[in-house]
Ligand binder design. Structure first.
Ligand SMILES: NC(=O)c1ccc[n+]([C@@H]2O[C@H](COP(=O)([O-])OP(=O)(O)OC[C@H]3O[C@@H](n4cnc5c(N)ncnc54)[C@H](OP(=O)(O)O)[C@@H]3O)[C@@H](O)[C@H]2O)c1
Length: 353
């Protein structure tokens, strides 16, 4: 009988967790059992039809007893929960795939995108990090260009959807929009520093004291270099939050080391795994957030020569931030781990069913 695994989904009631449960089911991940974890607030809540075979799951709280006996733990419950509980799951024998930023830049934690650097998985010590959503979609599109011509410098402007902030931000955008359209008073902003409805905030992420870049901008810089394994790439990033529900868009200027024509870039991207090229501006064909939402691929269009630099291209990269930007890549990493024999630090004599 082929190997089947006991899987924990931590943050199972959230946007990413819900999608991970759905993808484990849709993609028929070989799970013998899936256990849903969330905060104590949700303990006892029933997630209907969310189990591996379509059965219901009852949400559990995290404690030393409930986390024992797992082969795999998919985390999407924020950095502090990952900081506290990911090492405990790993010590109990599970391989953790973590969606938060908590472990991404740690040297002994691989930061992996399934189409870009799957070989990095082999070096894990119990925790594997899933990159930030904006970085994830960008590197999927950049990898074929990097392999063909190298990358010297990136200048990135993001247009990020509110679902990237969490469910509360989605509700806030919808509430504010509804209030504006019905000429009602708008509640003070809670998820962002300013109103997000019918606005654009040059404040994607948060500013640490004394920092002139947001943490989201730093993630784009640092994570891109780590995933592509090239600390020499120069990255300039501005992250903007826009009133889009799902689907991050990015305008990216790519300065290559070797010359690369837009035509060749288009061919390379069209052949790349996980990428779809939509590029016929004369027919108003280019990637849109509303079309990318619910899709697995990263969409690329508006591929053109930068008139200001003979070795630079401009492009527009769009993907579903909850899917490829988070849940889908986590499940793809689980599939790759399975293909490699999925082994955590489980004590001898307690092998999976
Ligand atoms: N949204 C994105 O595009 C995106 C992309 C990449 C990575 N991520 C990362 O994925 C994580 C979740 O994002 P999301 O959008 O799914 O957020 P969300 O919808 O707000 O869900 C948060 C989840 O975390 C759980 N949680 C909160 N505090 C907890 C605790 N103390 N112990 C256990 N569980 C706890 C929540 O449980 P309750 O329901 O019980 O509160 C809920 O299941 C974050 O780390 C985020 O940075 C998100």
């Amino acid at each position: 009988m082929s190997q089947r695994y006991r899987v924990a989904v931590v943050g199972a009631t959230g946007q990413v967790g819900t999608l991970m449960l759905g993808l484990l089911r849709e993609r028929a991940f070989p799970a013998s059992e899936i256990v849903a974890f969330a905060s104590e607030r949700s303990a006892g809540r029933v997630l209907q039809g969310a189990g591996a075979g379509g059965g219901d799951l009852t949400v559990q709280g995290l404690d030393e007893e409930s986390i024992q006996g797992f082969d795999l733990a998919l985390f999407s419950a924020g950095g502090s929960t990952s900081g506290e509980w990911a090492p405990r799951f790993a010590a109990a024998g599970a391989v953790v795939v973590d969606n938060s930023s908590r472990w991404r830049m740690q040297d002994d934690v691989p930061l992996v995108v399934s189409e870009v650097n799957p070989e990095a998985l082999a070096s894990h010590h119990g925790i594997v990090a899933n990159p930030n959503c904006s970085t994830m979609q960008m590197v999927v599109a950049l990898k074929p260009i990097y392999d063909a011509a190298g990358i010297e410098r990136l200048v990135i402007s993001t247009y990020q959807a509110v679902s990237g902030t969490g469910r509360a931000a989605v509700d806030e955008l919808l509430d504010q929009s509804h209030a504006l359209l019905h000429e009602r008073e708008i509640s003070p902003p809670a998820s962002y520093a300013h109103r997000i409805a019918i606005n654009a905030l040059p404040h994607g992420g948060s500013f640490a004291d004394g920092e002139d870049h947001t943490d989201e901008e730093r993630k784009l810089i640092n994570e891109t270099r780590k995933i592509l394994g090239d600390p020499a790439i120069r990255v300039s990033a501005t992250c903007v939050r826009v009133p889009v529900l799902t689907g991050h868009s990015e305008a990216v200027n790519v300065q290559t080391r070797e010359p690369l024509s837009p035509e060749r870039a288009r061919e390379l991207l069209a052949a790349a795994p996980g990428v779809s090229v939509l590029d016929d501006p004369s027919a108003a064909l280019y990637p849109l957030a509303i079309d990318a939402a619910g899709q697995d691929d990263v969409f690329v269009g508006r591929i053109r020569r930068d008139p200001g630099h003979e070795r630079a291209l401009d492009m527009w990269i769009v993907a579903d931030n909850l899917r490829k930007g988070a849940a889908l890549n986590a499940v793809q990493l689980a599939e790759l781990l399975h293909a490699q024999g999925l082994r955590g630090a489980r004590p001898a004599g307690t092998a999976a069913a």
